[in-house]
Design a protein around this ligand. Sequence first.
Ligand code: C5P
Length: 330
Amino acid sequence: MTLPKRMNLKTLAVLLCIVTFTTFFFGYTLQEPSSYFFKYAFHSSAKAPCACRRCLTEAEDDPWFTERFNQSVQPLMTRDNSALSDETFKWWQSLQLEKRPANFSEVVEELFQLIPDDMLYADAGPNRCRTCSVVGNSGNLKGSQYGRLIDSSHFIMRMNQAPTTGFEEDVGARTTHHFMYPESAKDLDNATSLVLIPFKTLDLQWIISALTTGAIKDTYIPVKSRIKANKDKVLIYNPAFFKYVDESWLEGHGRYPSTGFLSLLFALHICDQVNVFGFGADQRGDWHHYWEENLLAGAFRYTGIHDGNFESNVTHLLADKHKIRMFEGR
Ligand code: C5P
């Protein structure tokens, strides 16, 4: 059956319009991230929670995520939130037992006379787009060429012994936050925030000592007695947040969360976009650090303290649900 030529062209044009519109609208709305654009562009009442192309939290969020994510738990310790409930304090004290712990609130008071007591990063809103790179220590970073991408974020978070010198092409050169505890401590430059993850009261005493007298030389092993770091940029990971990560996100799997997982959850709470690098084994299944030649050297997998599989499953679920982007390396 043939239609008149004019009709044919007109129908074709209309059809083309319909096909283009439906493909653009329905096709894209089913995919990420354009659905996000439509959601907030065409619903005048809906306001994007942040200024990025995608935000971490949304008005109608994934139930798996909302069951776990609790915005009200503060990632950093301040004088105001430092009083822990009995339950939290007991849990925290059980992580690394101390024979004769000092008085917690006196140590906290002394600490905040030395370091700032500011409520940082609680400025989420429609005008903020804070991008973050969380860089774990996996050997999968070797040869990855992620350096420029890592450095392009506003915040770059590294941890424990992680070096950058000599590895810039793969891991980047900038660090805004470096997570550590006394037994994993490392000197930093003046511009980097040291984020102390305390496992015991002695760890809070250690940071005071390491920035002043250098009197504390051992915890359960010998530790750095002095540390190079800008004391005005020292931050303390909140023990209550530590417990929240362990309970809500890891459901108590492992003795306690790894530094990497604690850093990742910290980022999830203070950033609008999170890119994750250097987590997991390399292509050959090795778990070493990116700066080590010895493939068996990376202790992370073998300590028995962390549940690496459970952490990895949660991390990959976060990626599947577009809450973070995982860069698997080589
Ligand atoms: O070994 P270390 O604890 O210093 O590494 C920091 C973090 O990097 C770990 O807590 C872990 O989350 C991540 N990591 C990893 N795979 C490795 C080494 C480290 O996922 N091979």
